[in-house]
Design a protein around this ligand. Structure first.
Ligand code: MN
Length: 309
């Protein structure tokens, strides 16, 4: 995924402290023409733990040749994390990885010092597309690491209180995801077919976010539907999620990310000059490996507000 319309006002990001919970409206955005809802970063909330970006796309019908088509673009300093409820995507990257992802699976790409990738709905796919892509900021000690790619075909899954739960990253109640993460965080997908009630223990050292992807639910007695991110500060020890209709929910959490980050386009760093350098390197064809794509042209990096001359 690629942030095509960067907002300079959102480029200084840091985690927020304080008690309580926030309901944050998502922002309509698009990705190479694909409409989506952006839940992070928002002015009200830049990050949840190390999670610094959250796009929710679909559900939408894919016409022949349609769906998601994102040409070659670079990343640094982050991990991209993809999860589908519906549809198929083909990931290719400058390491030579080529991986189809289907609903229930996780693609986790670690950009580290630099990687480029493409994301396409396969040409032979017919059906719907519905999913999320998130970014995880890498801590300073890891952010210049070698790039890598991990596909998790069968995340740990179980059933509780009428809900199907799947642990997509981190640890939860004695279960462990194999996702290769670099700071304390978690992600879980929850799905119900109807009447259901679930009391979930939360790590009080984490801040959390809940995003309904489909249907609507009651969270601690308050209605929550797509288009609103519910952000919970540290200190929360449990949450009650009630369903009355088919619904899908994404729960993310993480220890407050204590490092100040700078985000520009598809780059996460610490200093503005790193963003300038990454932009110039990508636009000059340096530093992000080789990746050709027959379906879509490379996406040029927009010039930063910090470029001079
Ligand atoms: Mn991307």
């Amino acid at each position: 995924m690629s942030e095509l319309h960067p907002d300079p006002a959102l480029t200084r990001c840091h985690s927020q402290a304080g008690g309580g919970r926030q309901r944050i409206a998502t922002r309509d955005a698009d990705l190479s023409g694909l409409p989506l809802r952006r839940a992070l970063p928002r002015r009200e909330r830049r990050m949840i733990g190390a999670w610094c970006f959250l796009d929710h796309f679909g559900p939408l019908a894919v016409s022949p040749g349609g769906g998601m088509h994102v040409g070659p673009h670079p990343h640094i300093g982050l991990q991209t994390f993809s999860y589908l409820l519906e549809g198929e995507l083909l990931h290719r990257d400058s390491l030579g990885s080529e991986q189809r992802i289907v609903p229930g699976q996780v693609n986790l790409m670690t950009a580290g010092r630099g990687i480029s990738h493409t994301e396409h709905t396969p040409a032979d796919f017919r059906g719907g597309l519905h999913g999320v892509q998130l970014w995880i900021a890498l801590p300073d000690a890891q952010r210049h690491c070698e790039p890598s790619f991990q596909h998790i075909a069968t995340p740990p899954a179980w059933r509780d209180g009428g809900w199907d739960l799947s642990l997509l990253a981190g640890e939860f109640a004695g279960r462990h995801s194999e996702a290769d993460i670099h700071s304390p965080l978690m992600a879980m997908a929850l799905r119900t077919d109807g009447a259901s009630e679930l009391r979930l223990p939360l790590n009080p050292h984490f801040e959390h976010g809940l995003l309904v992807l489909n249907g609507s639910v009651q969270v601690d007695g308050e209605a929550l539907a797509p288009g609103t991110l519910l952000a919970l500060d540290c200190g929360q020890t449990e949450i009650e999620i009630q369903g009355t209709q088919p619904a899908s929910v994404l729960l993310i959490g993480g220890a407050p990310f204590e490092e100040d980050i700078v985000m520009w386009w598809n780059f996460v760093g610490r200093q503005q000059d790193e963003m300038v350098r990454a932009t110039d390197d990508w636009n000059a064809g340096r530093g992000f490996g080789q990746l050709t794509d027959d379906l879509a042209a490379p996406i040029p990096a927009p010039i930063t507000p910090w470029h001079r001359g």
